[in-house]
Design a protein around this ligand. Structure first.
Ligand code: SAH
Length: 340
């Protein structure tokens, strides 16, 4: 049965209309699901009994099973079990500006980036919209606090699950849904060009982050196989078009890997590559994984890289590190349970 959390407002309106019910029931239902956070349809008091009965017949309202919660200072990793016994993870981070959650978009991932633990298991399937919505909703319920920021940077490639991501964005942004401001939502992609093309026509002003990680094709193809399909030149071209169309600032994520992409000349080349763009670079110190091929850049090298970008007037930040101790940091998500 389809989860009620997979439907955006228009779909629910259509559902009620096609059942000869009032369209505004959709908004009422959204309030019950996302603001009052009911766990059964029978808790609804302002819909007629037969409408509720119909909902019970047509949709599931089952939560995801929370299997494990691991806590570290200011960060919590949630392990969820899905109805087909697959596992996914989400990470909650407490910032001074509010609670932010990093959610997964697929079971496994096909992008094969060499440095990423999350991608070591091939894609098993896309997450349904409801399974992504529920990661947020259930963590909100668990901490009894509002989540104000969402990043789609957990396991999976969101643009390889495009339709469901679009529905997710509509649901969590909707005022009667989770009401998360579009500027507080970030989708991160390794650079799937046709989907970036599509995304520039999406009406919500959601942030886009690009996992760039290298200043040229030689290095990028070595560590990110997707670059062989969508090389840097084409990627930059579509990103410029994206910016012309949306006027939105882009984020480039750049992992610093010792001796591979962290040299002074890499920083210079990166500066040149993006100098005309309204973008900022988020430098990510590499988090160790089971892959011994890569090492974290030395702190002095990270600072040098940062300084070169600054000198070249590139906006740059170094990502604050979260969750290393509980393997909840970028690229470390992987449910050990299922990988044994
Ligand atoms: N597939 C999407 C979403 C995943 S985002 C994408 O590639 O953007 C996860 C982010 O963490 C990406 O920028 C990814 O490159 C980065 N990452 C992966 N492994 C990492 C590691 N070991 N250390 C630090 N960052 C890593």
């Amino acid at each position: 049965m389809e989860s009620i959390y997979s439907l955006d407002i228009e779909m629910l309106q259509e559902y009620f209309l096609s059942n000869n019910q009032k369209k505004f029931h959709a908004e009422q239902l959204f309030e019950w699901l996302y603001q009052k956070k009911i766990s059964t349809f029978s808790e609804i008091t302002n819909l007629k009994k037969d409408v509720i009965k119909q909902l019970e017949q047509d949709f599931s309202i089952e939560p995801l099973e929370i299997v494990k919660v691991e806590k570290d200072t200011d960060v919590c990793k949630y392990l969820f079990k899905l109805s087909d016994n697959e596992h996914i993870e989400a990470v909650l981070m407490k910032h001074d500006y509010g609670n932010s959650i990093c959610i997964s978009s697929q079971v496994g991932c096909n992008m094969g980036c060499c440095f990423c633990e999350s991608g070591r298991r091939k894609k098993v399937r896309n997450l349904k919209t409801g399974e992504m919505v529920l990661q947020i909703l259930q963590v909100e319920k668990d901490i009894k606090e509002r989540i104000s920021h969402v990043v789609i940077m957990g396991i999976g490639e969101p643009f390889d699950n495009y339709e469901n991501i679009i529905k997710l964005l509509k649901i969590i942004n909707y005022a009667k849904g989770l009401a998360i401001g579009s500027r507080h939502i970030t989708v991160s992609t390794c650079g799937i060009i046709p989907k970036i093309e599509e995304f520039m026509n999406f009406k919500l002003q959601v942030n886009l982050a690009i996992s760039l990680h290298a200043p040229n094709d030689k290095i990028r193809s070595q560590i990110m196989p997707i670059n062989k399909v969508y090389p840097i030149k084409d990627l930059m071209k579509v990103l410029k078009k994206y910016q012309e169309k949306t006027g939105r600032r882009l984020t480039f994520e750049y992992i610093l890997l010792d001796g591979i992409n962290d040299r002074a000349k890499d920083a210079e080349e990166l500066s040149k590559l993006i100098k005309d763009m309204n973008a900022y670079v988020n430098l990510i110190p590499y988090n160790t994984t089971e892959n011994i091929q890569f090492h974290r850049s030395k702190t002095i090298q990270i600072m040098k890289f940062y300084d070169i970008l600054k000198k070249n007037k590139i906006q740059v930040t170094i990502r604050r590190e979260f969750g290393g101790k509980i393997s909840a940091a970028c690229g470390q998500l992987r449910s050990k349970e299922e990988c044994k």
